[in-house]
Design a protein around this ligand. Structure first.
Ligand SMILES: O=C(O)CCC(=O)/C=C/C=C(\O)C(=O)O
Ligand SMILES: [Fe+2]
Length: 313
């Protein structure tokens, strides 16, 4: 077995908002299960599928997918800041093989990553410099989004490339299921917000960064208190998606349109693309089984929150 998979939700509110009784303990137990799974698998390298929240990838140049051959963590929401330990050679080989397979992937020698990449590295490994990583950005917020089929094919191409590395590769998908946190959209944005989404958001001043984070944290509290109306969490949709991922036939998801994601599960449900890619990568190594699967609706973190682990038979 050369590949194994972990998927987990992230939330900028995790360090700022205390959910209902017992919730944090149950989430921590699921994280502990994932860490034990990883310890038993003993990966040499991690391929990490993650989104971005208009911090590193903006509308001045928004690729659907990008492999980072080097990466800097921006340190938002109290997450680690600095150089991510990226396996440059593995990233280069994977990017080449994915291009050979007909998937047009961008590459970056200086990828900026936010909490979407850093939280899973901290939760699963204790930091951004503990294990070599190949970060793979998947656009999950900036419309227009391509079809889910392309995400599956990206995952499969990466799985084949990673399988050929002759190393033990853990694929990780970082992103929530149903959720609709306050994220601006370019259509209808004020000139100031539009400028941020197009280019200025990459280099905020500390004050701008703090203001932006404070707005999101306050919105999270308002949502949990019923004072903010966004698309509700959709546990039925989440469980259906988790069932399909566990079942092994991901082609069923090809029929799920981007519009249906947003309509049924909120705009940020597109982050489930990272899980789809991770499971698609694993599927290239043969039939697989889910080893652990945690799911809970967590309104205080505006998250249909899941943690899953899976390995080939
Ligand atoms: O204010 C902004 O533009 C960004 C807000 C933000 O970073 C929200 C992030 C939400 C998640 O990562 C999530 O719920 O998955
Ligand atoms: Fe996110």
């Amino acid at each position: 077995m050369t590949l194994a998979a972990v998927t987990l939700s992230h939330s900028p509110l995790m360090d700022f908002s205390e959910p209902g009784p017992g919730v944090r303990d149950r989430v921590e137990a699921a994280f502990a299960d994932a860490r034990a799974f990883i310890e038993a698998f003993a990966p040499d390298v991690v391929v990490l599928f993650g989104p971005d929240h208009y911090n590193g990838f903006l509308y001045d140049l928004m690729p659907p997918f990008c492999v980072g051959r080097a990466a800097q963590a921006i340190g938002d929401y109290r997450t680690a800041k600095g150089t991510v330990l990226v396996d440059h050679d593995a990233a280069a080989v994977i990017a080449e093989k994915v291009l050979d397979a007909g998937i047009d992937i961008a590459i970056s020698e200086s990828m900026y990553v936010d909490h979407g990449f850093v939280q899973p590295l901290q939760v699963l490994f204790g930091g951004i410099d503990r294990i070599p990583v190949v970060p793979v950005f998947i656009n999950c917020v900036a419309v227009p989004l391509g079809p889910v089929r392309r995400v599956r094919l990206l995952g499969e191409a990466i799985g084949r490339a990673a399988g050929a590395l002759n190393r033990r590769v853990l694929v990780v998908g970082s992103g929530g299921l149903s959720h609709d946190p306050p994220l601006p959209m370019l259509a209808g944005a004020s000139p100031e917000v539009a400028a941020r989404l197009i280019s200025t958001g990459r280099h905020l001043t500390p004050q701008q960064r703090a203001d932006r984070e404070r707005r999101v944290i306050e919105a999270g509290r308002a949502y949990a208190a019923g004072r903010l109306t966004v698309a509700p969490l959709n546990p039925e949709w989440d469980r259906r998606l988790l069932d399909i991922l566990a079942g092994g036939d991901l082609t069923e998801l090809d029929a799920w349109t981007p519009d249906s994601f947003a309509a049924q599960a909120g705009h940020s449900s597109h982050e489930a693309r990272t899980s789809i890619a991770a499971y698609a990568a694993l599927s290239t190594q043969g039939p697989y089984d889910t080893v652990s699967s945690f799911y809970e609706e967590i309104p205080d973190w505006i998250a249909g929150f899941a943690v899953t682990t899976a390995q080939t038979r």
